[in-house]
Ligand binder design. Sequence first.
Ligand SMILES: [Cu+2]
Length: 122
Amino acid sequence: MNKLMVLSTAACLAFGLWTSANAAGDMQTNKGTNTEGNRNSTKSVAPADIALADGVVRKVDRQAGMVTIQHGELKIVGMPPMTMAYKAKDAAMANRAKEGEKIRFRLENVNGTYIITKLEKQ
Ligand SMILES: [Cu+2]
């Protein structure tokens, strides 16, 4: 079981690295067409500071500050649907999380580490 978790984490990281290159390219493109993008906002992906993803808390490790979340595809960090443990932004966030709770959350890739920067009840 542990081995499986390691494998899925590795696959997830590889996937994230692969898509982050594409995401960087997209960002530059968006900068160039900023005024157009704002007018026609239905087509563009919501900015990282607004978009929250749906998920379910599967496990909370308060000692380690880790929250295991079952989630769908996370386009912002380029992650396919999966259940995975992520580092909470701070201890307060990990303490607040409850197993089985439906949440809305934001995941950010900070120097190669996925961090939950926002977590709220659905
Ligand atoms: Cu993942």
